[in-house]
Design a protein around this ligand. Structure first.
Ligand code: GDP
Ligand code: MN
Length: 423
């Protein structure tokens, strides 16, 4: 495959790809050790390891691994939902049991800050104690990158791979895009043997490593499809000194919408790793994603919610969240949504944008008024745009309520009012 065909991936795909990695709505992220267990179940070779919640457990795990694999060196790896752990001091090599103990002691309970976490970092609750699979003198030329994901614009699965493993793939994409290869897979046919061979060839492999890589890619693709994942990212994939190909790291994201088919995966969810406001919103049946801005949004329908966020940005503001309250925006849902939005201290105004198709606008307006009164004081201005069935009655209700709620009929008018209260 040539550099030109890489360019042909196109901006849309790269953006889509980055979005998949960074903005995972409707997805369940797994820990490295959980992802590796799934991979192993599909015959993908993995770096063996055991999870530990304490230093004592880590030592016991290391002893067990030594009995099973013969290696006396181990890597201790923080288990948090963020990449770049190595750079933040969350991946360390231990050369004996006392180092296992002291490193595990240091990592468990630490606040791990990596390029992918917020400035506060993420608290580490557990570590993976893994066999050391790097032989002394091993160079990083033996580290590869491989991911499987959906190329939405083409409606096909995609294997993305590179000789530049162990590095941040966004950096590789920026600086040396010709070193990233892609293999498109027709989902109805699956990964063809010639494609698996092309991957091994492009990675410069031969002999046993070549055969191992075709098996690795084939099984990885099967794991991705069968587990209903939206992303499998293995960075690095290692060629060991005895030419075996194995997954050293695993970032796995399962599509929430398919979880009903995988009852055994549901227990893999680690709520400690998720945004607490998003978890609470999920329990209330609200589709909420926390964002960085200061304008809270309450919208019915995901499409209108996206358009509302665009409009806020166009008017010079920044959305504080994505929130789809769903089709039945009654008083109790509106109240629940208010509570969720107001948990974010950055919110300086709330824009409610409801299209009354199935739901009548006057009922939503009454819901807003009831919720507002039930909640006592809401200290931020609220702009409500209700459009559709009974929009005029709804506007009257809001205007006559005596509350600090402004009504708008047009989209632009709503955005302008938001801007006016912010400035
Ligand atoms: P990430 O930093 O969160 O992506 O975590 P990784 O699992 O990718 O580990 C980071 C780095 O640690 C890898 O790129 C390797 O260079 C190194 N590493 C991982 N496993 C081993 C191991 O078994 N032995 C040694 N010496 N290094 C390892
Ligand atoms: Mn990694």
């Amino acid at each position: 495959m040539s550099a030109d065909s890489v360019k042909n991936i196109g901006l849309v795909f790269m953006v889509d790809y980055i979005c998949t990695i960074k903005f995972e709505i409707n997805n369940m992220n797994l820990h490295e050790y959980q992802g590796k267990e799934i991979l192993s179940g599909f015959g993908v070779r993995i770096q063996r390891g055991l999870v530990a919640q304490s230093a004592a457990e880590a030592v016991a795990a290391a002893k067990q691994l030594t009995d099973e694999t013969g290696t006396s060196w181990h890597v201790i790896k923080a288990q948090v939902h963020a990449g770049g752990r190595g750079k933040g001091g969350g991946v360390k090599l231990a050369k004996n049991l006392s180092e296992v103990e002291s490193i595990a002691n240091d990592i468990i309970g630490m606040n791990l800050i990596t390029p992918q976490t917020s400035a506060e970092g993420k608290k580490v609750h557990q570590v993976l104690v893994a066999e050391d699979v790097y032989y002394p003198g091993e160079t990083e030329t033996n580290e590869f990158y491989m991911s499987v994901l959906l190329n939405r614009s083409k409606g096909r699965n995609m294997i993305m791979y590179s000789t530049e493993g162990g590095m941040d793939i966004e950096t590789v994409a920026e600086e040396t895009p010709h070193l990233i290869f892609t293999e498109e897979v027709d989902p109805s046919v699956g990964l063809m043997p010639f494609q698996a061979r092309r991957i091994a060839f492009n990675l410069g492999l031969s002999g046993l490593a070549f055969k191992e890589m075709t098996k690795f890619a084939t099984n990885l693709y099967t794991a991705y499809v069968k587990s209903d994942a939206s992303l499998f990212e293995i960075n690095p994939v290692l060629k060991t000194s005895d030419n075996k190909i194995m997954a050293v790291d695993a970032k796995v994201t399962i599509d929430d919408n398919a979880l009903f088919r995988h009852k055994d995966y549901q227990s893999l969810r680690d709520f400690r790793e998720e945004n607490p406001i998003e978890v609470e919103a999920g329990e209330l049946g609200l589709n909420y994603v926390d964002l960085d801005g200061n304008v809270g949004c309450m919208v019915n329908g995901a499409g209108l919610a996206m358009a509302t966020m665009d409009l806020i940005k166009q008017a010079g503001g920044e959305p504080a969240n994505f929130l789809d309250v769903g089709g039945t925006a009654d008083a109790s849902r509106v109240e629940a949504a208010f509570k969720i939005i107001l948990k974010d201290p950055a919110v300086k105004a709330i824009l409610i944008n409801i299209f009354g198709g199935i739901v009548r606008c006057d009922r939503v307006a009454q819901g807003v008024i009831d919720a507002y009164q039930n909640m006592g004081t809401i200290n931020v201005p609220i702009i409500v745009r209700l459009q559709g069935t009974n929009a005029d009655i709804a506007k009257q209700l809001i205007d006559n309520s005596g509350l600090d709620v402004q009504s708008a009929v047009e989209f632009q008018e709503a955005a302008d009012k938001v801007q006016a209260v912010l400035s």
